[in-house]
Ligand binder design. Structure first.
Ligand SMILES: NC(=O)C1=CN([C@@H]2O[C@H](COP(=O)(O)OP(=O)(O)OC[C@H]3O[C@@H](n4cnc5c(N)ncnc54)[C@H](OP(=O)(O)O)[C@@H]3O)[C@@H](O)[C@H]2O)C=CC1
Ligand SMILES: CC(=O)C(=O)O
Ligand SMILES: [Mg+2]
Length: 617
């Protein structure tokens, strides 16, 4: 009661200021207001990124009958300090710090600056030939000295992103069992059913703002990797910090181990996960439900949950179910859609015309394909005022059985139905290109080498500047390479891919392929949600993010063939995306951090984590 009374003016102001649109949002806000946690959260200092709950150890909310964890907090020094990755500075500890923190003798005598440490690490890293070796070295550094890891990743993002993220993270997941050293997140398995809340409390950090969760069933285009999929949440969250500025201690990677149907893993004596087939149906749904309830109970209403690399037979349902009750975001469906739409908006400058003048053909009608298709249709509908159903008719998808058409309706999964247009069945991509005559070809099949020479040539004979996006990851699964796209189209194609390719020389001209990857969106998108205390994700926020990203593409980028800005500017790009997402959340009455900061870009920048060492007293 005391806490409620103390917060009453803030609480009332919030109710008055919230511009709540529909009844559904009103119910949501009322629900949040009825929990003590939300009020507590809102009274936390106004500096930095908010979120988390005050009763961090759950002691106040536990009944006397419930067991609690006896957490203690102490100041790290000496040997413990050197082994604490958040605070360890290695040879960068100053003489004074070495005296004050009992470090004498535990380090060699040299004192190095962080810059010199970074230079030294990079020189060693560059000597390794195999990308996986470099990945392991980066992970070791992250576990040893977190600030140095992020300093390097931020300052050398273009060089290091392909190591901690696609494509190398794919290989790391395939070999996760043998490179696994220390757990970098929470593994929650079917064996933990009934105890998920307790397990969340085992994680040492309490003020979590974003968690990325996978069940490992569709890891990139590599299929079911079970528990080994953990590399993906770990990598995505590294990007949340490096690219989006969310502090590392606020990020939690989680793998839900519900078994695997990967026979190779099931027969591998060293497999680190549950050796049983995947749980399905009621068992799966109840397990995820327990997890989602525990997450909200432990971290409050404003914890951002990013679903990552679930198979499509679960992904759409989970998103549909939990978007009503939690702050959830499916990166593969929504983040990918937003990044591709941004690239399309940017490419309208060299291509001319409007989005609605184009015809789109996808190879792959799953999460990424239908997610992108729907956002494009919405954007075209917004811009033309035509019904979204009309706009969908400009978009065609091919799946493993051929063109998605109305005569296949009986056997199609529900997420494909909006795309089952009237047309004759066609079984190959080449035929589909010849019949549909698309201006834009997008690969989301997870199958490499599917944009053949004939397909690219057909696209080039129909269009003077065909837009070709090969989104599947990792590189081995890319529908075609950058070199293939440029040479087969005789330099006509505008090309971007999910995994990075080097620039290509073709007839004296250097083409620079862009990287159409959701990594451009989710870090800034998440930062925007967190910094405004958003309570739900709305599709209009995805459109806002796309426009913010497209606005960062300059004439100079386009002249090189790039439809995305370079990653070296990503923190600035993320701040702009975050600002637009937060602005949209305020407009929709879905932001709870009040008052709204005047300059949202500056506010986003001020919220960002810095990897520079701090001085210790
Ligand atoms: N660049 C980026 O940011 C992102 C890239 N991706 C990549 O996109 C790929 C697909 O992901 P996602 O959509 O989630 O996967 P899904 O499994 O949901 O969808 C794959 C789709 O591809 C179809 N398909 C498979 N093989 C073929 C083939 N030989 N010919 C035609 N269609 C085929 C499937 O057909 P059917 O339905 O008949 O089985 C399905 O419709 C992955 O490689 C992933 O890494 C994903 C997210 C983001
Ligand atoms: C990039 C990504 O999210 C994927 O390939 O699944
Ligand atoms: Mg993914």
């Amino acid at each position: 009661m005391m806490s409620l009374n103390r917060n009453r003016p803030h609480f009332l102001r919030l109710l008055v200021n919230l511009k709540v649109k529909g009844e559904r949002e009103k119910k949501v806000i009322r629900g949040i207001m009825s929990t003590g946690n939300a009020l507590d959260e809102m009274t936390q200092g106004s500096n930095g990124v908010g979120g988390g709950v005050k009763d961090v150890y759950g002691e106040d909310s536990a009944t006397e009958a419930q067991h609690i964890t006896p957490w203690t907090v102490s100041v790290a020094s000496g040997y413990t300090l050197l082994r604490d990755p958040h605070h360890n500075k290695g040879l960068a500890f100053t003489e004074k710090e070495r005296d004050a923190h009992y470090l004498r003798g535990l380090l060699p005598p040299a004192c190095l600056s962080q810059e010199l440490q970074a230079k030294k690490f990079l020189a060693t890293l560059r000597q390794y030939e195999a990308p996986l070796q470099k990945y392991i070295a980066m992970m070791d550094l992250q576990e040893r000295n977190e600030k140095l890891f992020y300093k390097l990743l931020i300052d050398h993002v273009e060089e290091l992103l392909p190591l901690v993220y696609t494509p190398t993270v794919g290989e790391a997941c395939q070999k996760y069992g043998s490179i696994f050293r220390r757990p970098q997140g929470l593994f929650i398995s079917l064996k933990d059913k009934g105890k998920i809340l307790e397990i969340l409390k085992n994680w040492p950090e309490k003020n979590i703002q974003v968690l990325v969760v996978t069940d490992g069933e569709r890891i990139l285009g590599l299929g079911d990797l079970g528990c080994q999929g953990m590399g993906i949440p770990v990598g995505k969250l590294s990007l949340y910090t490096a690219l989006g500025g969310v502090r590392p201690s606020a990020c939690l990677p989680i793998t839900l181990d519900v078994g695997t149907n990967n026979e190779k893993l099931l027969n591998d004596e060293f497999y680190i996960g549950l050796k049983q087939n995947r749980a399905t149906g009621k068992e799966y749904a109840e397990f995820v439900q327990e997890f989602m309830s525990a997450v909200k109970q432990n971290y409050g209403e404003k914890i951002l949950v990013q679903f990552e690399d679930f198979a499509n037979h679960n992904a759409f349902e989970l998103l549909e179910k939990y978007r009503k009750t939690h702050l959830v975001f499916n990166d593969d469906i929504q983040g990918t859609a937003s990044v591709v739409l941004a690239g399309l908006i940017a490419s309208l400058k060299p291509l001319g015309g409007n989005l609605a003048d184009h015809t789109f053909l996808f190879l792959g009608a799953g999460e990424a394909g239908t997610g992108i298709a729907e956002l494009i249709a919405r954007e075209m509908s917004n811009k033309t005022n035509a019904p979204v159903e009309e706009m969908r008719k400009k978009i065609w998808l091919v799946d493993s059985k051929g063109l998605v058409v109305s005569s296949r309706k009986e056997s199609l999964q529900s997420f494909k139905l909006p795309w089952a247009h009237e047309a004759k069945p066609v079984t190959t991509l080449l035929e589909a290109v010849q019949v549909i005559k698309p201006t834009v070809l997008i690969g989301t099949s997870g199958k490499g080498k599917t944009f053949t020479k004939e397909v690219v040539e057909a696209m080039s004979s129909i269009n003077s500047k065909p837009l070709i996006l090969a989104l599947s990851n990792p590189t081995s699964q890319s529908e075609c390479t950058a070199e293939e796209a440029y040479t087969w189209s005789k330099g006509q194609a505008i090309f971007a891919s999910g995994s990075p390719f080097d620039p290509v020389e073709y007839e004296g001209h250097t083409f620079v392929p862009g990287q159409a990857n959701n990594a451009y969106i989710f870090p800034g998108f998440g930062l925007g949600l967190i910094m405004c205390g958003a309570i739900r994700v709305h599709d209009d926020m995805l459109l806002a993010a796309s426009e913010a990203l497209a606005a960062q593409v300059t004439k100079e980028h386009l002249a090189k063939g790039l439809i995305y800005p370079p990653y070296k500017d990503i923190r600035n790009i993320s701040a702009n995306i975050a600002a637009k997402v937060a602005e949209k959340a305020y407009e929709l009455g879905l932001a709870s951090r009040l008052p709204q900061p005047e300059n949202l870009v500056k506010y986003a920048e001020s919220c960002m984590y810095s990897p520079n060492y701090r001085n210790y007293r």
